[in-house]
Design a protein around this ligand. Structure first.
Ligand SMILES: Cc1ncc(C[n+]2csc(CCOP(=O)(O)OP(=O)(O)O)c2C)c(N)n1
Ligand code: SF4
Length: 296
């Protein structure tokens, strides 16, 4: 039987150092708990930016509030740690103010689907040309383990010792019905695939929603753990057609066996395109807009 080659630390270190992706990491070391899935996401984002050769001064990483939202501190791009649940309006404003920026919004499932839930539909339907990376650990990590709208029914947490009575939202179904033009899912326990999905999401022109399953090793010992997720995640079927929303929804419905990959993609005008059309209709010249990068 063929054994998989073990990964040696010094080999891995050489590979990381020579890849150039550490340039995309800031000097601040992540403050996350050892084993948190978020380490794989910062690796994925920096590796994707490096592979895509996106200059650091053309990228901005924005976040809400939460363990996940500490993210901008750890990458060497422009960044802004905004208010709890408000990353999408800030990301929308950032993109409208400076179309040349590559905007990545990040945050937790509490940030995105509880306090920030009202913003999801608008960013998706307007097709703002940004990438939204949603870190789903199914719990409020920063505030020490309360349930989130994505917590499983029956999950016992610090503030629901008699079990969470609510059924979770289905985030992929929501984003598909809101009109997100790119919808995918990845898992922090599959870092190579995660990096590929982040790169695809960034490359898409329009609103990209990447749902990332990511264990909280401190406040969830029973539910979305590496062991449990590792047993239930699956690849999308090889013949999955990402141009059909209903086909994507059928996959999203199978939430007990989360599929990884690109669920849905369509090409349609972005918010920026539509605003430029409005400017033209009003007799203006969109190309005469000030170029922020030149300080105009
Ligand atoms: C307006 C407001 N309400 C509540 C809080 C407290 N708070 C901070 S982070 C957070 C939830 C964090 O959970 P999540 O977004 O899932 O991120 P995680 O910490 O799990 O990465 C809450 C409720 C806050 N900072 N601001
Ligand atoms: S509390 Fe949970 S989400 Fe927060 S850093 Fe620790 S493991 Fe990660």
């Amino acid at each position: 039987m063929l054994m998989e080659k073990p990964v040696y630390v010094d080999e891995k270190l050489r590979e990381v150092l020579s890849s150039g992706r550490l340039e995309y990491r800031s000097k601040a070391l992540p403050t996350w708990c050892p084993g948190c899935g978020y380490f794989a996401i910062v690796e994925g984002v920096t590796a994707a930016l490096n592979d895509m050769k996106i200059p650091m001064d053309q990228a901005v990483v924005l976040s809400g509030i939460g363990c996940s939202s500490r993210f901008p501190f750890f990458v060497n791009t422009y960044g802004f740690h905004t208010l709890h649940g408000r990353v999408l309006p800030v990301a929308t404003g950032t993109k409208v103010a400076n179309e040349s920026l590559m905007v990545i919004a990040v945050g937790g499932d509490g940030d995105g689907f509880a306090i920030g839930g009202g913003h999801l539909s608008h960013a998706a339907k307007r097709n703002v040309d940004i990438t939204y990376l949603l870190f789903d650990n199914g719990v409020y990590g920063l505030t020490k383990g309360q349930t989130s709208p994505l917590s499983a029914q029956g999950f016992k947490t610090t503030t629901s010792p008699y079990e969470n009575p609510d059924q979770p939202l289905n985030p992929l179904m929501m984003m598909l019905s809101y009109g997100a033009s790119w919808v995918g899912q990845a898992y922090a326990g599959r870092p190579d695939h995660l990096k590929e999905m982040i790169a695809q999401a960034i490359a898409h022109r329009g609103f990209s929603y990447l749902h990332i399953l990511s264990p909280c090793v401190t406040f969830d010992k029973t539910n979305k753990t590496y062991v449990n997720l590792g047993m239930i995640v699956r690849d999308l079927p090889p013949n999955h057609d990402p141009t059909h929303r209903m086909v994507a929804m059928a996959q999203a419905e199978q939430a007990d066996a989360p599929a990884l990959g690109l669920f849905y993609q369509e090409s349609r005008p972005t918010l920026g395109d539509n605003l430029n059309s409005l400017i033209a209709k009003a007799g203006g010249d969109a190309s005469a807009k000030p170029d922020r990068r030149k300080g105009e």
